[in-house]
Design a protein around this ligand. Structure first.
Ligand code: ASP
Length: 398
């Protein structure tokens, strides 16, 4: 077999297919090899946190000026918000056009409730670190990013030798972490195989069928956003062929799919962005870590569809005004969601509370959440990678 065929990307794809088959036909074995997937996920998570710190630091500390930071930062934030809003809008339009059909689920019989509640106040409080070491050990990504930006900006003001020492050290650390990421990537096919096999064995494909109307609407919405919206944006603003770019970065999308975590995927996203797509380190190092935490198109779209689905189940008619509230809160809730599995489910309480939907409605969609999480996380990462490519075009090499 040719070497090209046996690339990591293709082996990963094969891993997913065999994972589904194993999980479906021999679930006992799928469960017993879960530790392989867990080990893969853990090592990715282990390097993700220091990598987020180092890459954000390096990308800012190597900029020539603060106005350069404003330039990249401003563009990134503008991109995140427009694409997230576009995603929610797509979700709402798809629901209004396709609708949900008639599900035979009686929400009153479900009495599981979601306990955590997400509010804007708690989100803003969570941005400020009180002990930076605690932020690291607890994996508080936004706090780490804020600290890293502060430290990098402060470093820009240091006298030359001190500045060089700090930057060289953290830059070296960053390169070494990327090297580890490259090693871990060679293990992706096995990790992905085990993770997917376990999800299928644990959740079963049957649950997906029971909520298929809802699943289909989410999937169609995600596909439209990924292919048309983001594809067109990449073509127009990034002057790239989205299909070619997709093939270059697909390893990151496959890892996102199987881990359901944008943060755990970050080491792989950074590697493919810099090595395969040749995006400048200072752009990728800033746009991707920040994007992995605040830019979640898939999550935003999913949350709006989920809210409208639950309203539909409870026989609640949503007015245009309420749909606008869903639009606004789903955008915010996606920004607030951490890049970890099921985070969107927690921040969705914000959307539900805003339009007065019963929180226990979330329990109905729990059954298919993991599967939809895999898809929305891939779209989240795809949105980050397109953003990095577009912004790269506008930032000059020094
Ligand atoms: N799992 C998603 C992510 O990491 C967040 C979510 O639950 O929607 O991007």
């Amino acid at each position: 077999m040719s070497k090209k065929f046996l690339s990591i990307e293709n082996l990963t794809l094969i891993g997913i297919v065999f994972g589904v088959l194993l999980g479906y036909y021999i679930p006992e074995i799928a469960v017993s090899i879960k530790f392989l997937g867990d080990a893969f996920l853990n090592i990715l998570k282990a390097i993700a946190i220091p990598l987020i710190f180092a890459s954000v630091f390096v990308s800012i500390a190597t900029l020539s000026s603060i106005s350069d930071l404003k330039n990249i930062g401003g563009k990134a934030i503008a991109y995140y918000f427009t694409t997230t809003a576009l995603a929610v809008l797509t979700g709402i339009i798809v629901v209004n056009i396709i609708g949900f059909g008639s599900e035979n689920i009686n929400p009153k019989t479900v009495n599981e409730t979601v306990h955590h509640k997400f509010t804007i106040k708690s989100f803003i409080e969570s941005l400020v670190p009180d002990n930076i070491f605690k932020s690291f050990t607890e994996g508080k990504v936004l706090q780490i990013i804020i600290f890293s930006i502060l430290l990098a900006v402060a470093t820009l003001y240091l006298e030359k030798t001190k500045k060089q020492t700090v930057v060289l050290f953290i830059d070296g650390l960053n390169d070494a972490l990327i090297k580890i990421a490259r090693w871990i990537i060679t293990l992706t096919p096995i990790g992905v195989f085990s993770l997917v096999a376990y999800v299928v064995a644990d959740k079963g494909l049957g649950t997906i069928l029971s909520l298929w109307h809802y699943v289909v609407v989410v999937v169609i919405g995600l596909l439209i956003h990924a292919v048309f919206n983001l594809g067109l944006i990449a073509y127009i603003f990034g002057k790239i062929n989205p299909l070619k770019y997709f093939l270059q970065v697909r390893e990151a999308l496959l890892v996102a799919f199987s881990t359901s975590s944008s943060s755990a995927t970050l080491p792989v996203s950074l590697e493919v962005a810099e090595e395969k797509a040749k995006i400048k380190k200072k752009v990728a190092g800033f746009v991707l870590p920040l994007g992995a935490t605040i830019n979640m198109d898939g999550t935003a779209l999913y949350e709006s569809v989920a809210a409208m689905f639950v309203a539909h189940l409870y026989g609640i008619d949503l007015s245009l005004g309420e749909q606008i509230i869903i639009f606004l809160t789903a955008t915010l809730a996606a920004v607030g969601a951490a890049g970890i599995p099921s985070a969107g489910l927690v921040t969705m309480t914000l959307v539900f509370t805003a339009v007065g939907l019963p929180l226990e409605g979330i329990a109905v969609i729990l059954a298919v959440d993991r599967f939809l999480d895999m898809l929305r996380t891939s779209i989240n990462v795809w949105g980050d990678l397109i953003g990095a490519k577009i912004i790269d075009r506008f930032v000059k090499e020094q």
